[in-house]
Design a protein around this ligand. Structure first.
Ligand code: HSE
Length: 433
């Protein structure tokens, strides 16, 4: 219940960049919420491992503690916001808060992508709210759309650019013709990429978000381990230049689909036709394109990271839970995800492919390549001879839709042909029927 003044008390766990954003907005926007919501959201407690840490806002005397029990055992705290990140101790704190009847808001995609089902079940058991809008695409209200507005819609495709770091790097590689390594180093200097960028550039961060999106979109348990993940570290300036010449942009995509009762959940770089709505999403922006049987297409676009965009998503969740508390309807969005639709092995997916091959430049070579592809049911859409190097020819192909397992077999056999000098690049092509 809301307390006697009708206010709702909130605690924030972890004073990192986002936690400080949430806490400072809770203090700063009090009057705004009183006007808009009709009651106050009160910052009641802060948990921080180093309580002497210098904060970059005035906490106005709100108690700060290093012991989680001070926060979670406080009967006045109704909503716990977890902004610590990582698996433990965040998982324990969230479960303990739910056990004590608190509602929880978290931005923790690492945790949800591995233990989402357990956390959702714990919230359901207690009739508590567990909201997590900021875990995917930051300020872009995609989870709210999936959990509420689109709940009646049989969704078929949810395709997103959900990692700002990689989108920034790919956007600059395309604009400047730069190589991955040099642009990554510059992005680190400018603060657009982490000191340790592995989880971003290797696609793991987007993989976690794909797991969460798949779970909500297709109402089935999907974890990071189920998601096929490839990052962007192998993308070269030549790949981007050839794609560009052929009318495509290269993007890191999270592709979540349901086809005939099976889920596709994969993250990898892909070519998108330049006219595709996701192709123009540049810099650090995120966007998610959702397709449904009756809905057609919807695209949501905005800031996927950063202190205040993330804090904004978290505070939207806090306000929504506060409203649920006041109207006595907590737990209304809980889903348990008991159904286990199979996740398709990557070999079974069907897509088009973009291939760059270095081949001997002599009569009959193309015939050998097309014969090998044809043997595995892979048919060519476009072929382009791009360059001549020391008597060899570089060819770029785009195939029609093929089964990935067949493509892999064909590539293996093409790699063994005497005429094949190098299989330079293999990328998937999305957004073309
Ligand atoms: N590192 C992420 C990104 C933001 O670059 O989009 C947090 O999920």
């Amino acid at each position: 219940m809301a307390n006697e003044r009708g206010n709702v008390n909130v605690a924030v766990l972890g004073m990192g960049t986002v936690g400080q954003g949430v806490a400072s907005l809770l203090l700063r926007q009090k009057d705004f919420w009183r006007e808009r919501l009709g009651y106050e959201l009160t910052l009641r407690r802060i948990l921080e491992k180093y309580p002497d840490k210098t904060l970059d806002f005035d906490r106005e005397g709100v108690p700060i503690s290093a012991d989680w029990r001070d926060v979670v055992d406080d009967p006045e705290v109704q909503i716990v916001v977890e902004t610590m990140g990582g698996i433990e101790p965040a998982k324990t704190f969230i479960l303990e808060a739910l056990r004590r009847g608190k509602h929880v808001v978290t931005a923790n995609k690492d945790l949800l992508a591995l233990h989402g089902r357990e956390l959702f079940a714990a919230a359901s058991e207690r009739g508590a709210d567990l909201y997590f809008e900021a875990s995917v695409a930051g300020a872009v209200p995609v989870l709210c759309a999936l959990r509420q507005n689109l709940i009646a819609e049989p969704l078929t495709d949810v395709i997103g650019i959900v990692n700002g770091t990689t989108n920034y790097i790919l956007t600059r590689m395309a604009a400047e013709g730069g190589e991955f390594g040099e642009i990554l180093a510059d992005a680190q200097k400018l603060g657009y990429a982490e000191f340790n960028p592995a989880s971003d550039v290797e696609g793991i961060d987007a993989g976690r978000k794909a797991a969460i999106l798949s779970m909500l979109s297709f109402n089935s348990q999907v974890t990071l381990d189920d998601v096929y993940v490839e990052g962007i570290t192998g993308i070269t300036r030549e790949d981007i230049a050839f794609a560009d010449q052929m009318g495509f942009a290269v993007k890191l995509l999270a592709v979540c689909r349901e086809r005939e009762g099976k889920i596709e959940a994969r993250v990898h770089p892909a070519l998108l036709p330049k006219g595709h709505p996701l192709a123009g999403v540049g810099d650090t922006f995120n966007a998610v394109l959702i397709k449904g049987e009756s809905l057609g297409e919807v695209m949501l676009y905005g800031r996927g990271a950063g202190r205040f965009p993330t804090a904004s998503a978290i505070l939207g969740d806090v306000s929504e839970i506060a409203r649920n508390i006041r109207f006595g309807c907590c737990g209304r969005l809980n889903q348990v995800f008991d159904r286990l639709k199979p996740v398709m092995p990557i070999d079974e997916i069907k897509t088009r492919f973009f291939l760059r091959l270095l081949l001997a430049d002599r009569p009959g070579v193309l015939a050998q390549i097309t014969k090998t592809l044809g043997k595995h049911e892979v048919s060519l859409d476009t072929v382009r001879q791009t360059d001549l190097k020391d008597g060899d020819a570089e060819l770029v192909f785009i195939t029609h839709i093929a089964r990935e397992g067949d493509m892999r077999q064909a590539l293996k056999e093409m790699g063994e042909l005497e005429v094949t000098k190098e299989i330079i690049t293999v990328l998937r092509v999305e957004g073309v029927a």
